[in-house]
Write a protein that binds this ligand. Sequence first.
Ligand code: M6R
Length: 613
Amino acid sequence: MCGIVGYIGARNATPIILGGLKKLEYRGYDSAGVAVIHGNQIEVRREAGKLSQLVDLIGKSPIDGAPGIGHTRWATHGAPSAKNAHPHLGNSGKMVVVHNGIVENFLELKAELDGEGITFNSDTDTETIVHLAECQRAGGTSFEEAARRTFKRIHGANVVVLISTDEPDKIIAARIGNAGGVVIGLGEGENFIASDIPAILEHTRRVIFLESRQMAVVTKDSVELTTLDGQKITPEIHSIAYDAVSAEKGEYRHFMQKEIHEQVRALTDTVAGRVDFQEGRIRLPELKLTSELAKRIQRIYITACGTAAYAGMVGKYLIEKIARIPVEVVIASEFRYSDPIVDENTVVMAISQSGETADTLAAMEEGRKKGAIIWSIVNAIGSQAMRVSDGTISMQTGPEIGVASTKAFTAPLVDQYMLAILLADLRGTLDEKTRKELVADLRLIPDVAGRTLDTESQVEKIAYELKDISGCLYLGRGINMPIAYEGALKLKEISYVHAEGYPAGEMKHGPIALIDEEMPVICLALQDPWHEKMISQIQQAKARGGTVIAVATEGDQLVADMADHVLWIPKIPWMLSPIISVFPLQMLAYHIAAIRGLDVDQPRNLAKSVTVE
Ligand code: M6R
């Protein structure tokens, strides 16, 4: 969702904020703005569109000063326009706010402020915050106390950052509920605030994370942390070892393309240090899984959104097959409304690239309330999902910038494969031979992954043939069924082509009516236990005039004879096949979108971190 950056210190805040926003642009990109204190005035620049448009505006009409706050927006209330872009000024012109989240009681607060004669200048819910804070200041209340009172009146999951000309030596930030993260970066005689680490990494690696219902008063030399109720908190300072360089595009046209290719390294790193190939054993120390705990587990809920949920669907197959523990995958936005049957022998495991998806965090909270063991598979270091878990498996992918998730999809597949083996091992349900074979198979991944990525030019040729399609069906069965969902999601989110992922066996119950000469059908027909069934699916699609593009195992003549095009992957044990079979679909979606000239890394209407419900 929205990205926030703040700076306080002796330097001009504007370039620091713009530099930080650039690193956060993936979060939201429909408008942007900066406000700085100059003398005893607040100067604001806001612009609709991408950050580059704000940079142009500031180029023509510069502002400098400090402290300052900036924002990239992903609209929730009010159209993406300069008027609705943050920061928003109060009526006195002395206080200004940036915000991420949704003020759920916005209408009620607005009615109250309307009653007091406050003028609203935007259609946003955000504006209520600054007006409310200004009203709290009446009668000489300090900036800090006015901010605190305001934060306590806001409902929902929100991050708020305020500055004021009355007390220009402070930035006040609050995290109310499980909105996106807030990280405070500690410098020498200067401090930083941001939604995410990459925004401040070039300035400092010493950071403090704000927890839910905490606020920070940040000056150039100090950070004071309290709860919203005013209780003092001793900040925990973390040192971030994070590879900023990998957040650059390098030789690739888009981050998505780079991240697709980074999967070989990411998957190698995922396995590295966690596998004893000699003994045939898995080590996941961050998960803190003991054999007593492993034996106690009676059910696992995997909860996640979008691509991460599809990763969880593959995980269900793996854990049920290898560890024989029942697994249910519940979309995170539904979890807490489905009254899940959870007790102390249940694991609720979240999968999240960002670790700050509001729905996923809410599902984890629900699990916690009901007494479950909370696990997570997370990419973003220090994120909320990681911090609230009893045990975690950190993805070893490095930052993922492209909005369409790729490497953060395949890494958790390997994580769940390893988790399944570890669970089975600790429960004593896996014989040594099978365990060693399953572990040994992990060695195959880097080579098979690399060889599959080498087929990119062939995938690109097929993308040229498909560039004008207006719809596409993706079919799969068994462990590759979620890959059909994921392939379809990749195509729709970056190409804006309607695509449908479907369990192949369900075709005859309705969707087969869609197939004609205009409808390409992508069939995951790998040499897995569902191979024969997929062959008959290809025949059925061909019989209705559909163009079939198969994802198949190298050397499969049967598929080659039937399909119009084949995207080949090397032979790999079927339980690992989804990790690789998704590569051609990622590359296909990428190339169709790139050929169409679309904004692959920042597709319309989307954001990398979805921190609102
Ligand atoms: O950060 P998360 O992994 O929790 O995000 C979940 C989804 O929002 C995300 O996977 C989304 O579906 C991607 N845009 C898919 O490419």
